[in-house]
Write a protein that binds this ligand. Structure first.
Ligand SMILES: [Zn+2]
Length: 242
C-alpha cells in the first residue's frame, strides 16, 4: 500500500512539473491558434471576393460581345431603312431598331453595375491586405516565441514524459483513473498532503483522528471537502527526497 500511495504522489509531482512547463507557454498556443483562424478566415473571404470579381468581369465581357453584335445588326437595319418599299416594312424595321436600342441600353446599364461591383470588390480586397500582412507578421513573431520556449524545455519535458510513462505503468489502473478523474475535476492537483493539519488542496482542517489514520499509509483516503486523495507527509517527503 505504501508503494501505491507513493506512486500516486510521484505521479502528481511529475504532472505538477509538466503543468509548470505548460504554463511557461502561457497564452501563446491559444494566441497562435486564434491568429491562424483569423488569417484563414480573411483568406477565404478574399478568395470568395476574387471569384465573384472574376465572374462579374466575365459576364461583363459577354455583355460587351453581345452589344457589339447588336450594334452590327443595328447598322444593317439602318441601312435597310433606305430600301423599304412600303410603310409596313418601314414600321417593322423601326420597331426592330427600337427594340435593339433597348437591348443595348439594358446591357450597358448591366455592365455599369458589373463595373461598379468589380471595383468595389477590388477595393475591399486591397483594403484588407494590410491587415492580413500585419496578422501574418504577428503570427510569425508568436510562432517564433513559442518555438523558443518549447525548444528550451524540450529535453526536460521529454524526460518528464518518459518518467511519467514509467510511473503510470507502475500505477494500478483503477488508481490511475481515479487520479485522472480528480485531476481533471480539480484542474491539476489530485493528490494533496497534510500541511499544518489541513488538506494542502483546499486548506480545510483534517480531523485529528483522520490524520492518524492517514499516517498509517495503509489505505486510500480522500479529503472530505475537496475529494482529493490525501497522503501523509511521510509519503510526500519520501517522494520529494528521491
Ligand atoms: Zn481538501
Amino acid at each position: 500500500m505504501l508503494e501505491r500511495l507513493k506512486t500516486l504522489y510521484e505521479l502528481q509531482s511529475i504532472d505538477d512539473q509538466l503543468d509548470e512547463l505548460e504554463e511557461l507557454r502561457g497564452d501563446l498556443p491559444n494566441a497562435v491558434e486564434a491568429l491562424e483562424e483569423k488569417i484563414s478566415s480573411i483568406k477565404n473571404d478574399i478568395t470568395k471576393k476574387e471569384e465573384e470579381r472574376k465572374d462579374s468581369l466575365k459576364r461583363r465581357k459577354e455583355n460587351e460581345d453581345e452589344i457589339e453584335k447588336l450594334k452590327e445588326n443595328q447598322k444593317k437595319f439602318k441601312a435597310q431603312l433606305y430600301q423599304v418599299r412600303n410603310n409596313k416594312e418601314y414600321d417593322a424595321l423601326t420597331k426592330e431598331i427600337d427594340h435593339t436600342e433597348e437591348l443595348i441600353s439594358k446591357l450597358e446599364v448591366e455592365n455599369d453595375a458589373f463595373a461598379d461591383l468589380s471595383k468595389k470588390l477590388a477595393d475591399e480586397i486591397e483594403s484588407v491586405k494590410p491587415q492580413l500582412e500585419e496578422l501574418n507578421e504577428e503570427l510569425k513573431v508568436k510562432h517564433a516565441d513559442l518555438k523558443v520556449i518549447i525548444k528550451a524545455n524540450e529535453k526536460e519535458e521529454a524526460k518528464l514524459r518518459e518518467k511519467r510513462k514509467e510511473i503510470e505503468s507502475q500505477t494500478k489502473k483503477a488508481d490511475h483513473s481515479v487520479y485522472m478523474r480528480i485531476r481533471k475535476a480539480k484542474k491539476g492537483m489530485a493528490v494533496a498532503t497534510i500541511k499544518r493539519s489541513a488538506c494542502s488542496g483546499c486548506h480545510n482542517i483534517v480531523p485529528p483522528q483522520r490524520q492518524l489514520e492517514i499516517r498509517r499509509n495503509n489505505k486510500l483516503f480522500f479529503c472530505e471537502y475537496c475529494g482529493r486523495i490525501l497522503v501523509s507527509t511521510e509519503i510526500s517527503e519520501s517522494v520529494t527526497a528521491d
